[in-house]
Design a protein. Sequence first.
Length: 123
Amino acid sequence: MSECIFCMIANGTIPTKALLEDDLILAFDDIAPQGPVHSLIIPRQHFDNLGDGVPGEVLEAIFAAVPRVAKIKGIDESGYRVIINNGPDAAQSVGHLHVHVIGGSPMQHGMVRFSDSDEGVAR
């Protein structure tokens, strides 16, 4: 996927400071952080989202990286949130599977906020 920004980051076309990397994944800080700590973990190979036939070994590498990234960023003991936005209704902004690791300060209860058009929808 030559036009995918995360593919370009994964293959080095767009440079980034890697927090953690191996043959399957790359972790780096988000350029538009939603908290004091906001890092991303991406597979090096392009997958649109979780429903795109991601091999088990890639999923394992992604999720094994989560606590390692939290430790690197110093939020492993205080706590962190792990989020995958999967598809348009989840507001996935880049069509390349990626995991957000967010922390660094106390978070509010509740994981999601629905758009105003969803008034009355049970949450």
